[in-house]
Design a binder for this molecule. Structure first.
Ligand code: AMP
Length: 300
């Protein structure tokens, strides 16, 4: 496994990789959620590249950039054990040299949900993922359904900018008690960790109502609110039942829906979601037009 930092080193390492190349962007402090993406990439491609970069431009001024957990040595051991070929660990200076002033923005989809509470967040995400794509130039890229809006926004970006990259969304990996795995779970003290299970319990209650035939969007939101209200440590930021394509809030009868929520447990902000009415509960893979030569023959 090669670990590279600069663009020069990355391009050299990338040029030596057999096609196809699968790519998993991360912010490190890896857990089974990240590793599930790596395994998915490994199963579908001859080579796998992982990036580890805590991207400063996707954090708001009052967010946890400084305290975001980091453990590069451990991350590299885990990736080596998965048979990853190249790990790219750029520094902020590599990604944003002084004078940097170019941004990628997806518009409508980033105004709601996470975007409404984290202004500038998705601009940071779409910009850094574009730069990571242009550096690694993968055939396929892998993202988690855990960050549903991020997946939806990146699918849109790849389509709108004609990146010749297939996008694969993988299911949310959970702890045995249902809590979605997240690097930020490490912020929770034992009492908060127990309370944090309320997010998935709320989603499951709404999903059970949907499975039992409930189709009213407000009733599904209400079901989630009722469960969340039972947990004194939970402070709800939003509860949503949205159109999975537009991410606009639904009213009246729903067919497919993205149920999502953001909840503070103490000072830790957690998000989770379930996607109703999609096979496997994930956004479908997006293969850009004209990808045959790249994917089948590994060209370009
Ligand atoms: P992060 O390091 O948090 O930026 O996450 C890197 C990638 O891993 C993103 O595509 C996330 O959606 C994905 N991811 C994070 N947590 C999980 C999880 N519990 N299950 C599946 N994918 C995840």
């Amino acid at each position: 496994m090669r670990v590279v930092r600069t663009l020069d080193e990355l391009r050299q390492a990338r040029a030596a990789l057999p096609a196809t190349v699968g790519f998993v962007p991360t912010m490190g402090y890896l857990h089974e959620g990240h590793l599930s993406l790596v395994r998915c990439a490994k199963a579908e491609n001859a080579s796998v590249v992982v990036s580890i970069f805590v991207n400063p431009t996707q954090f708001g001024p009052d967010e946890d950039l400084e305290t975001y957990p980091r453990d590069l040595e451990r991350d590299l051991r885990l990736l080596e054990a998965e048979g990853v070929d190249v790990v790219w660990t750029p520094t902020p200076e590599v990604m944003y040299p002084s004078g940097y002033q170019t941004w990628v923005t997806v518009e409508e989809l980033t105004r709601v949900l996470e975007g409404a509470y984290r202004p500038g967040h998705f601009r940071g995400v779409t910009t850094v993922v574009s730069k990571l794509f242009l550096g690694v130039w993968p055939h396929r890229a892998y993202f988690g359904q855990k960050d549903a809006q991020q997946a939806r926004v990146l699918l849109q970006m790849v389509r709108d900018l004609n990146f010749p990259i297939e996008v694969v969304v993988c299911p949310t990996v959970r702890e045995p008690d249902g809590l979605a795995m997240s690097s930020r779970n490490t912020y929770l003290n034992p009492e908060e960790r127990r309370a944090a299970t309320v997010l998935y319990r709320a989603l499951q209650a709404a999903q059970a109502a949907y499975d039992a035939g409930e189709r009213d969007a407000e009733a599904l939101r209400q079901r989630m609110r009722e469960v969340l209200a039972q947990e004194p440590l939970a402070r709800v930021q939003y509860v949503s039942c949205a159109d999975p394509d537009t991410l606009q809030e639904l009213h009246g009868p729903v067919t497919r829906a993205l149920l999502s929520l953001a909840v503070f447990i103490g000072n830790t902000r957690l998000i989770d979601n379930v996607l109703l009415g999609y096979p496997g509960g994930v956004y479908p893979r997006y293969t850009p037009p004209g990808m045959d030569a790249r994917l089948r023959h590994g060209l370009g």
